[in-house]
Ligand binder design. Structure first.
Ligand SMILES: *Cc1c(COP(=O)(O)O)cnc(C)c1O
Length: 392
């Protein structure tokens, strides 16, 4: 049976070029980067190289890149580290974020709220966009940090971060952006964007899992998050994940080198998938704007059916899709992102996210749509919602 992976926003396969670069750092080049003999120095040099490769992808200085154990850790560090640093300075206790953030941000905000911070969650319009005016209105003299994601993981919306950073700068408030979905998919220039912090993850750009990084603008001093040795310029302790870092660096180098090719391929395949679905399956809606969007993201509501049933039946045909964060926590709580966009509850339950990438072909799409058509017809035939509407 054909296998078609349509969940590149959940994770990506490690590219062979990346894997080949990593392998020697499991075997012959195993020196501890903190050791002073040549084996250690070689490892240290490999980390420096990766730091530069990642810095080059986002136009940062290598000294502003700090490797972490995941994108989630980078998000936690930026928020908790700044919340703590600002509290120590006697600044305020107010944080602004949005309703559509990844749980790495939302749950960290909940944690901070339980520890004396106040959090404002900005809403979004039906396209999934934050209105910069809402940000300005939410700022108070107690605001110490703003965290707004660059690209959303469920609907792929790209926010106008540059404009919002402009507002933050007028009030001298530090700005963090979760750049995990943006990295490699939209151009990122931290200098032009003006952000103070940007979170990244390797496994979303064809690198290894369990490997992230935080861009920290020069001069910003969030409290350290992991305590111990002097690794990462004394700011993130723990013996480095040497093969992981090397892999992240290589993945970043490839993302920069092949950026245009990647974006063109993803968007062409995604648009082909979109056209075939729209042409051949009735009663579907596309969630999120098609204009400022992740090149590989499609988020589709199939009326009158359950996303989970669709997911399971597609899986039986070798096709992997996601229902976003709907039901991901095993509760029946619908996707917080679609909810914030005003998508009605019953439509959220009929929604799946399909994300394509470098290894998705148009033949894959043909196979998916052929199967999808049949499955949707079958599910609609047995749908109780269908009967209520007299659809049968
Ligand atoms: C995947 C993802 C994360 C978490 O990154 P991990 O490396 O998997 O911890 C954070 N934010 C967004 C937007 C993501 O898509």
């Amino acid at each position: 049976m054909r296998q078609v992976y349509l969940d590149y926003s959940a994770t990506t396969p490690v590219k062979d070029e990346v894997l080949q670069e990593m392998i020697p750092y499991f075997t012959e080049n195993y020196g501890n980067p903190s050791s002073l003999y040549s084996g250690g120095l070689n490892s240290k040099a490999a980390i420096d190289k990766a730091r530069k490769q990642l810095a080059d992808l986002i136009n940062a200085d290598p000294s502003e890149i700090f490797f972490t154990g995941s994108g989630t850790e980078a998000d936690n560090w930026a928020l908790e580290g700044m919340a703590d640093a600002m509290r120590k300075k006697g600044k305020g206790n107010h944080i602004i974020t949005t309703k559509i953030e990844h749980h790495a941000i939302l749950h960290t905000c909940e944690y901070l709220a339980a520890h004396g911070f106040e959090v404002t969650y900005l809403g979004v319009d039906s396209d999934g966009r934050v209105n910069p005016k809402d940000l300005e209105d939410a700022i108070t003299d107690k605001t110490i940090l703003i965290s707004i994601m660059l690209v959303n993981n469920e609907v792929g919306t790209v926010q106008d971060i540059r404009e919002m950073v402009g507002i933050a700068k007028r009030y001298k408030i530090p700005f963090h952006t979760d750049g995990v979905q943006a990295l490699g998919n939209v151009p990122i220039d931290v200098k032009a964007l003006g952000v103070d912090f940007l979170s990244m993850s390797a496994h979303k750009i064809y690198g290894p899992k369990g490997m992230g990084a935080l861009y920290i603008r020069k001069g910003m001093r969030p409290t350290n998050f992991i305590h111990g040795g002097a690794q990462e310029m004394g700011r993130r302790a723990g013996t480095e994940n040497l093969p992981g870092i090397v892999g992240f660096g290589k993945a970043a180098e490839i993302a920069k080198r092949d950026f245009d090719k990647h974006v063109k391929h993803s968007s062409e395949v995604r648009d082909y998938l979109l056209e075939r679905i729209k042409d051949e399956i009735p009663d579907v809606e596309i969630n999120g704007t098609m204009k400022q969007r992740h090149p590989g993201n499609l988020n589709v509501t199939f009326d009158f059916i359950e996303g989970e049933s669709l997911l399971i039946l597609l899986d039986m045909k070798g096709i992997s899709v996601s229902t976003g964060s709907a039901c991901s926590s095993k509760s029946l709580k619908p996707s917080h992102v679609l909810d914030a966009m005003g998508v009605p509850w019953e439509k959220i339950h009929g929604t799946v996210r399909m994300t394509v990438g470098d290894f998705t072909s148009k033949e894959d799409v043909d196979y998916v749509v052929d199967e999808l058509k049949n499955i949707v017809i079958r599910l609609r035939e047995i749908s109780p919602i269908n009967e209520e509407k007299g659809w049968n």
